[in-house]
Every structure is written in structure tokens, then in C-alpha cells.
Design a protein around this ligand. Sequence first.
Ligand code: FAD
Length: 369
Amino acid sequence: MYDVVVIGAGQAGLSAAHHLRRRGLVPGVDMVVLDSGDGPGGAWRERWDSLTLGAAHGIHDLPGLPLGDPDPAEPASAVVSRYYGAYEERFGLDVVRPVRVRDVRPLVGEAGDEVVEGGTGEVVDRGVDRTSPLVVSSDAGSWTTRTVVSATGTWTRPHWPAYPGRETFLGRQLHTHDFVSAEEFRGKHVVVVGGGASAVQFLLQIAEVTTTTWVTRRPPVFDVRSFDQEWGRDVERRVVERTSAGLQTLSVVGATGLALTPVYQQGIDDGVLVSRGMFTRITPAGVVFEDGEVQADVILWATGFKPAVDHLAPLRLREPSGGIATDGVHVPRDPRVFLAGYGAGASTIGATRTGRAAALAALERVGRR
Ligand code: FAD
């Protein structure tokens, strides 16, 4: 029986593990960290080579070991994998991998039927025992624990929006998740869908080797105000408002907007960062707008990610509105589960902070604070 199982060894999971370890929990005895990656690095391990540290927004230090001053031209995937690997070793975190957690359920008593209040239609009891220990199951084994810190990020849940005709397209479709380099599109017409930083960065790279069409649901708004602390607090406030109400998390660009850098301004002036709006349907040969069809070889969906929380489904944490209601790292529906890196915590700074908060909350729960 463990006190805490941490699921995920990205920025949030490592921060949580560090604080648990610092307060006396011993990996393999009182706590365990499980991760589905083949090696250290969290989602960063998977990102494309042209996403260098210079092109990223910045990686916040993990507690107790600064990242230092790596070469901004080196791929962030390599830098961060090395950093997290050194971190795990330095603090003896003994991450167990590759382990993909399939589900988390109560040890005693299965989830029962929902009890719905007649008058209001509100779910008043989901029939889940919230006191028993939890069993964390995977294909590589199972672990029984008093609490779970879920720090699984979003990378493993790419969001592919549904559009009419998507399945008929004869060219290639890929998601940000699978992007390797612009070079593979040379000579092909590429439709890039999405209004966030990834879409913008892909367009600028791909337009150097071939032609592109940018598709966004809303006209992109490049923000000229300064992205300072006050802006950061404003973003956080808006995200927290949604997650505490149990609403689905906002897209990153929906929360942060896009900063108008000189490079982006040049892209606008060159006509690359000019959106055609949204297409109405996809055909075998391309995409159809209200004013005509664009032939395409590739559709690149830079349409973001959703929180990877499917493994928590047996605990029935979701609200009718689709999200998990949170109070900081707490899930009011279940006192044994803490979410790190979720909602407003989904940046390296937020993940570091919520990893700590989740560790302290789990220690409190098991009486070891
Ligand atoms: P992750 O790094 O995704 O770690 C989660 C870990 O959990 C992974 O190792 C994964 O393998 C594992 N996992 C998932 N599901 C399971 C499971 N079922 N069982 C076991 N393990 C599991 N933020 C910034 O602060 N600065 C940036 O410059 C920046 N750039 C970004 C660029 C892109 C393209 C994207 C998509 C995001 C970017 N972010 C950036 C946000 C970034 O993802 C977060 O900053 C941070 O790295 C997230 O940390 P995390 O620990 O929550 O998640």
C-alpha cells in the first residue's frame, strides 16, 4: 500500500515527486512515480526538432535544480529530456517506465449507478466509494495507494475536430502531435488548421518550402500589449474560473492570445499569416470555403490537446458540463485525487507550482504533512 502514486513524470509529476521525497516519502516504499514515456522528458521528449528552446516560450526551473543556460538553438526535446533525466537521478525519484496507466478505481466497491435528484435532474450521488484505497492499473502491473497525483498533461490526447468529409480526403492528414519537420511537405500544398502558436510557427516554417493556406475558426488576433505578470494573472484567473465550475478547459490560445512579434508581423506582411477563415467541408481533393475550393495535399491539424484524464473515468469525476470541477489541485468530488498540471497549471511554471501543491495536499490527506 503506497501513500501516493504519481502518474506522469513531466514537469508536474517531477515537481510533485520532488516535494514528496523532500518530506520523507521513499520511492518504492511510500510512493511511486509511473510514466508512459520510453525515457525522461515528459511531452517535451516527443516534440519536433525545430522547436528549439529559443522558439519555445521558456522552460521554468524544477525545484532544487536549475535548468541553467542551454543552447537556445538546441531542440527543446533534447534539452528537456536531459534535464529531467538528470533531475530524476539527482533526487532518486526512481520513475517506473514505460507504464501506461489504464485506470484508477476504488479497491473496495465498484462504481454504482448514478442517483439523480428527481426535481432538478442533478446528479447527487455517483455511487462511488470515496474512502477506500485506490488501485492504479496498467498492463505492466497494479499499485494500491491511498492517494493519486494525476500529472498526465495533454500530449497524449490530441484534439481532432470533426468536419464534414474529413474521412474522404485522399491526401495526408496529421496533427501537431505527429509533426516532424517542414521538409517533408516540400512541393505540396499544405492547409494548416488552428489559431494558436503551433499553427503560426508551422506556417512560417512550411511557407519557406512550399505553399500554404491558413484556416481558423475566428479571425486571429495578434496582441500588442505586453505579456507581463498582470497578463499572466489575468490568463490564470480566466482559466481557473472555468475549471472550478467544471467546464471544459480553454484552448491555450483562447486563454493566452498571440503575441505580435516582429517575425509574426513579417509573416502577416508576406501574406502567410493571413487566415482564409473556416472551410465548410473537406473533399477528397481539398477543402471548400464559401467562396471556392482549395486543392490540398496535406491537412495539418494544429488544433490543440485535451487533458489526458481518461484513466480517472471509473471515479466519475466529470460534471455534466464535461469538465472535472477543481478547487486548486483538489477535486471536490474525490478527496483521494489531486490534479497537477491541469487547467491553469498547464505551463511549465503552472505545472511546477501545482505539482508542489498536489504533493502537499496528498501528504495532508495521508497524515504525513
Ligand atoms: P507532460 O510533459 O505532458 O507530462 C505528462 C507525462 O505523463 C508524460 O510523460 C506522459 O507520457 C505521461 N502520461 C500521460 N498519460 C499517462 C498514463 N495514462 N499513464 C502513465 N503516464 C502517462 N509550456 C511552457 O511553459 N513553455 C513552453 O515553451 C511551452 N511550449 C509548448 C509547446 C507545445 C507544442 C505544447 C503542446 C505545449 C507547450 N507548453 C509550454 C505547455 C507544456 O506542455 C507544459 O509546459 C508542460 O511541459 C506540461 O507538463 P506536464 O507535466 O503537465 O505534462
